[in-house]
Design a protein around this ligand. Structure first.
Ligand code: NAD
Ligand code: TDX
Length: 335
């Protein structure tokens, strides 16, 4: 089996590649990534010499390149996206281009190469925002995206489903909740706060800090994606969640506690525009049909994640200083 992974130099994709190569040692992976600010080949240093792994620098919007790679592959798994909500509020152009146009390009390439199997990685944010007493999101929840990021992901999900219904493209989709774990870019809440504290800086909490997210360890997400690839029903969507709803303030206090610090390190700042109040996932469909459920306990996973950022300061310091981009440019030029 040969997999074309897009966006494999980012947080979830790089963890997926490591997980997949370990668990499927006879399969091959091609990783197509544009290496935007969020793509970092240092995330994959331990697998770059694996004969079953190949990296290609390129854009999922480039039909000729994508089509050539799709021809070689048996399955496509689309992780590539612009992913940071705050950036989408500042400028939504790249979000529309990569998340919508890029997905369409991949779908067309899959369609024109014998209808290749296509798995699309999506998010719970497409469902909108929950009130405290609302039931969690499930596969039956109507879409109601509220940020340019989630609107672009929602559009991509609709396109993927439309290629199933219209062209019979063998697709599956997974909508997952907030991931955390090693190699997450330090602009997202958990790594941003951990690395700020390691630098002796305060942590900026938006609004009242009471927005809720359902946190899942990246390995649990990727195990779910692997299961969908092996056993998922074509045309279906699966929701994955961490069974771990926490307010941002709870997360912040947990992290502060790991550093022996208190509330004096919290800086309450202006709220994010259109800030979704609560996300939560009902994952009973994938539990019932494929036997998946999250395994990593949140307290253990977050402790390990704090440790990982403590032990890998070189990795995130290069990112915060901007040096990592020089690194990967040099790495790529060598090829
Ligand atoms: P990330 O921002 O860490 O990585 C995205 C990767 O995509 C980067 O390597 C980047 O270089 C690449 N990329 C961007 N534009 C590209 C383009 N035009 N062509 C090729 N490559 C391109 O993102 P992540 O957190 O790893 O998220 C991966 C996927 O999972 C995304 O589709 C995201 O919407 C989804 N998701 C993320 C979360 C989360 O909590 N992080 C939760 C649910 C779903
Ligand atoms: O500095 C901050 N202060 C703060 O209070 C940051 C960066 C975030 N926050 C809050 C906003 C959110 O309520 O923390 C929460 C989490 O924020 P992010 O890490 O930006 O994640 P979120 O907006 O929930 O979106 C994430 O989860 C779903 C990913 O970025 C998406 O790619 C994924 O689809």
């Amino acid at each position: 089996m040969k997999l074309l992974i897009t966006g494999g130099a980012g947080f979830i994709g790089s963890n997926f590649i490591r997980y997949y190569l370990k668990n499927h040692p006879s399969d091959q992976i091609i990783n197509l990534d544009k290496l935007t600010y969020a793509g970092n080949l240092e995330n994959l240093k331990d697998v770059e010499k694996n004969p079953n792994y190949k990296f290609i620098k390129g854009d999922i919007c480039d039909f000729d390149l994508v089509s050539k790679l799709v021809k070689e592959a048996d399955e496509i798994i689309n992780f590539a996206a612009e992913t940071h909500v705050d950036r989408s509020i500042l400028d939504s152009g790249d979000f529309v281009r990569t998340n919508i146009e890029g997905t369409r390009t991949l779908l067309d390439a899959a369609k024109s190469n014998d209808n290749k199997r296509f798995h699309h990685i999506s998010t719970d944010e497409v469902f909108g925002s929950l009130e405290p007493k609302d039931a969690p999101f499930s596969e039956k929840t109507s879409y109601d995206p509220r940020s340019p990021y989630s609107a672009s992901k929602a559009a991509s999900d609709h396109l993927v489903r439309s290629y199933y219904h219209t062209f019979g493209l063998p697709i599956t989709i997974s909508n997952c909740s907030n991931n955390y774990g090693p190699f997450q870019f330090p602009e997202k809440l958990i790594p941003f706060f951990i690395t700020n504290l390691l630098e002796g800086k305060k942590v900026p909490l938006y609004g009242d800090g009471l927005n809720v997210r359902d946190w899942i360890h990246v390995d649990d997400h990727n195990r779910g994606v692997d299961l969908i690839l092996q056993k998922g029903k074509i045309g279906e969507t699966y929701c994955l969640g961490g069974a771990s709803e926490k307010t941002n303030l709870e997360i912040t206090k947990f992290i502060l506690n790991e550093f022996g610090k208190g509330d004096e390190m919290i800086e309450y700042i202006k709220d994010r525009a259109g800030h979704d109040r609560r996300y939560a996932i009902d994952f009973s469909k994938i539990k019932k049909e494929l036997g998946w459920e999250p395994q990593v306990k949140f307290a253990d996973g977050l402790k390990q994640t704090v440790e990982w950022y403590r032990d890998n300061q070189d990795w995130w310091k290069k990112i915060k200083s901007g040096e990592y981009q020089d690194y990967y440019k040099k790495q790529y030029e060598k090829r």
